[in-house]
Design a binder for this molecule. Structure first.
Ligand SMILES: [Zn+2]
Ligand SMILES: [Zn+2]
Ligand SMILES: [Zn+2]
Length: 140
């Protein structure tokens, strides 16, 4: 069971504001990763840009959401699984970027083989991605 936005905020010691709950709910409920622009449209005139930007930044720092760049260079955000920590994301999963609808999907069911980086290199952000055409776009 995935915990609700309010439980997540509690576990990260964050104040539960309406905006925070709404934004996290939107990202949790979405089956694709969302850009800031898509979120702005979703909450048209309800949440101002700066607040949204700050919320996303805070969530990323706290290990609640992760940022993905698709092949068009657009930043997308998706909710993390429960095991991400503050400033230590462990989203070792594949991202699928659809070239047609530009949708970005988190693929949790594909296992990423364990690997070791050359000595002296420190990993900060992981980005495993595949470009292609999603199921919906293939049908159309
Ligand atoms: Zn994460
Ligand atoms: Zn698509
Ligand atoms: Zn992801």
């Amino acid at each position: 069971m995935k915990s609700g936005p309010e439980d997540v905020l509690t576990s990260k010691n964050l104040k539960k504001t309406t905006v925070r709950i709404q934004v996290l709910q939107a990202l949790t409920n979405s089956n694709i990763a969302l850009s800031q622009h898509q979120l702005e449209e979703k909450f048209a005139n309800q949440i101002d840009r700066t607040t949204l930007y700050r919320t996303l930044k805070l969530y990323e720092e706290k290990g609640i959401i992760h940022r993905i760049y698709n092949s068009f260079g657009e930043a997308k955000y998706a909710a993390c699984l429960d095991h991400c920590q503050e400033h230590a994301h462990s989203d070792h999963h594949l991202h699928f970027n659809c070239l047609k609808c530009k949708g970005t999907f988190c693929i949790n069911q594909v296992e990423i083989p364990a690997f070791k980086l050359p000595e002296g290199m420190l990993a900060i952000h992981y980005n495993f991605s595949v470009e292609g055409v999603c199921e919906k776009c293939r049908e159309n």
